[in-house]
Write a protein that binds this ligand. Structure first.
Ligand code: VGL
Ligand code: ZN
Length: 203
């Protein structure tokens, strides 16, 4: 059993990021048995859930003349435009049915503000507006996190680098992650995570 200062952060293991979903990550569902097994080893477990209102500004369908996976400029910086996904209350936003959600101590929902996307479990994409997860971990005496989930190159990456910025010790276990892969997004994610002091555990 891991000590009480450690938590497992399980990022966005939701139907829309699994094969058949609106923003399917190839082999996304394969992380589920691995993560269920890992959860047995941790005293603190946090799940994040991507949770968008309809017509969210990160959806290509909310921008006329823009296509899915195109880049656009938002007031807070560049933003990839995604297919509609993880709509609040939809089947696509639900956790994968085999994920052992009963073991979670807390579920952080993110991406609910229509004007701004939120990849990280800690901050919205303005890198300023907190979700409250930092406060949760600090008040529970947690200073070390292991991160798994979907997708390696977006929500896992930004959760990991924000955790480092907040002073946590961070490992990403790649056997429990799968990526989207737009251009070199995966290579860039590995570089940025390494540069910020994240330990990458090779899958
Ligand atoms: C994610 C793109 C859009 C993720 C969420 O979970 O990595 N990616 N929304
Ligand atoms: Zn999203």
């Amino acid at each position: 059993m891991r000590p009480a200062n450690e938590a497992l952060l399980v990022i966005d293991v939701q139907n829309d990021f699994c094969p058949g979903g609106a923003l399917a990550v190839s082999e996304g569902h394969q992380v589920v048995p691995y993560i269920n097994e890992m959860m047995l080893d941790f005293r603190h477990i946090v799940l994040t859930q991507d949770w968008h209102p309809k017509r969210h500004s990160s959806f290509a369908s909310s921008h006329s003349g823009k296509g899915e996976f195109e880049l656009t400029q938002m007031p807070y910086g560049p933003q990839v435009l995604w297919p509609d996904h993880c709509i609040q209350g939809s089947e696509g936003a639900a956790f994968h049915e085999k994920l052992d959600t009963d073991r979670a101590n807390v579920i952080i929902r993110k991406g609910s503000n229509p004007e701004i996307d939120s990849y990280s479990g800690f901050f919205e994409n303005d890198h300023k507006t907190p979700t409250g997860l930092d406060g949760y971990l600090k008040t529970r005496g947690i200073d070390t996190v292991t991160i798994v989930g979907l997708a390696t190159d977006y929500c896992v990456r930004f959760t990991a680098t924000d955790a480092r910025t907040l002073g946590l010790s961070v490992a990403v276990d790649l056997a429990g992650c799968r990526g989207i892969g737009l251009g070199d997004s995966l290579g860039e994610a590995y570089d940025e995570m390494r540069k910020s002091g994240v330990t990458l555990i090779e899958g």
